[in-house]
Design a protein around this ligand. Structure first.
Ligand code: NAG
Ligand code: NAG
Ligand code: NAG
Ligand code: NAG
Ligand code: NAG
Length: 265
């Protein structure tokens, strides 16, 4: 039963078509949207690739990089972490038992703000390397605001501090809803971990009895902090036009000077 040339051609064409479609199919897949992780917690960056029946894990390589930094690398059926960037040591793993099912996902533990960035998942097979990138964004909930009041010459100053990530929006409103943010001063500074410390200062002159609302929004986490703060400063006496001094503070200052003087004797 010799094959005639027609069926032979059909066979060759369909084989080629199969190979071509098979080749076209091979690509790694990662989530298209930005991934969000909470600072200090663990996260999984998904990456998958198609596998056929004769998948041989010893022939293939999986590599995760953050730009040029090696995050994790796997080949000959095991992890090879000699080139791993020191900041990822003991924090990364792959799902070894799921790799043969096409799972190249990376588990990252104890995330920090420095982990933010574009991660590239590369799967090398006999069909060459296929890479895709996924963006990881970090966020940290802003802490309960800490308040520090101080009274200056006939006025009151409030310093509010809170810590989180990323940059928040900060607003100060009066009870009637008027935005008085422009009358306040807010500074942001980053600590060694990359977290932002927000320091917001409100200074009010004269005898004060006022409630202001502090509003902080951390958009990435849908976090909103609203706190009503009542600022109250004692009675003032006008010692000369435009200059007033709070009696009590004057007394305390005099006492402090006396004490300092006495202790020096
Ligand atoms: C890989 O496996 C882990 C653990 O079962 C799972 O969390 C992750 O979503 C899987 N990733 C993919 C792309 O299937
Ligand atoms: C990683 O884990 C190993 C074994 O538990 C430990 O000896 C090593 O000090 C750890 N390295 C870092 C950087 O945490
Ligand atoms: C703060 O004050 C506003 C306006 O007086 C009021 O509507 C709101 O309920 C108060 N919020 C809290 C948390 O007390
Ligand atoms: C605060 O100042 C900015 C810039 O000077 C201005 O664009 C904004 O309208 C001001 N906001 C209010 C509530 O006055
Ligand atoms: C502050 O103002 C509120 C309402 O305006 C009033 O009820 C309260 O007694 C005042 N407190 C002082 C110490 O003046």
């Amino acid at each position: 039963m010799a094959m005639n040339w027609k069926s032979c051609l059909t066979f060759v064409v369909s084989f080629l078509l199969f190979k071509v479609s098979h080749f076209a199919e091979f690509a790694t897949t990662v989530p298209s949207e930005t991934q969000l992780a909470i600072q200090g917690q663990n996260t999984v960056l998904d990456c998958s690739f198609p596998v056929d029946k004769q998948w041989d894990r010893t022939c293939c390589q999986i590599e995760w990089k953050l730009d040029k930094e090696v995050v994790h690398s796997f080949y000959y059926g095991q992890d090879h972490l000699n080139d791993q960037s020191s900041r990822y040591v003991n924090r990364t793993s792959l799902y070894h038992s799921d790799i043969e099912k096409g799972n190249a996902s990376l588990r990252l533990e104890h995330t920090t703000v420095g982990d933010e960035g574009n991660y590239i998942c590369t799967v090398h097979t006999e069909m060459g390397p296929k890479r895709k990138s996924v963006y990881l964004k970090l966020a940290a909930f802003y802490s309960e605001p800490r308040l520090k009041f101080s009274t200056s010459a006939c006025g009151v100053e409030l310093l509010l501090t809170t810590k989180g990530y990323p940059r928040p929006s900060v607003q100060w409103l009066t009870v009637s809803g008027e935005d008085v943010t422009n009358d306040t001063v807010t500074h942001l500074s980053q600590d060694a971990q990359g977290l932002y410390t927000v320091s917001s200062t409100v200074t009010l002159q004269g005898a004060v009895n006022k409630t202001l609302m502090f509003v902080l929004k951390n958009k990435d986490l849908g976090q909103e902090i609203r706190r009503n703060i009542t600022l109250l400063s004692g009675n003032c006496v006008e010692v000369s036009p435009g200059v007033c001094q709070e009696i009590w503070w004057l007394v305390i200052t005099i006492l402090a000077v006396m004490l300092k003087y006495c202790s020096c004797i």
